[in-house]
Design a protein around this ligand. Structure first.
Ligand SMILES: [Zn+2]
Length: 99
């Protein structure tokens, strides 16, 4: 039996997307590659990218609506409004409830 060095064990609970350390309970593991963990925020980001890719391949009215929402989200982030005090908190609250 081998014991991993402390530093290696610490990287096992790092998000493979953003690199931030998280407790195991806040990581989602890939089915066939359980060594890969993604934090909940990055998992949501990946889900949105997957839906965006699907919408590009399968145009629909809902896809166009989601595309519009994504364009507004990108503009808000680009202008930094999501980091502004109360307005930012409200925008982040709304964002968590959008597709
Ligand atoms: Zn992450």
């Amino acid at each position: 039996m081998t014991v991993q060095p402390e530093q290696d064990r610490a990287t096992e609970t790092s998000c493979w997307c953003c690199g931030t350390d998280y407790p195991e309970t806040e990581l989602v593991r890939l089915g066939q590659h359980p060594e890969v963990g993604v934090c909940l925020g990055c998992a949501r980001w990946l889900q949105r990218r997957a839906v965006q890719r699907y919408d590009e391949q399968h145009p629909s009215p809902m896809g166009r609506l989601r595309s519009g929402i994504n364009a507004v989200r990108a503009a808000v982030i680009r202008k930094g409004w999501h980091e502004r005090g109360v307005i930012g908190a409200v925008l982040r609250w709304i964002d968590r409830r959008l597709p």
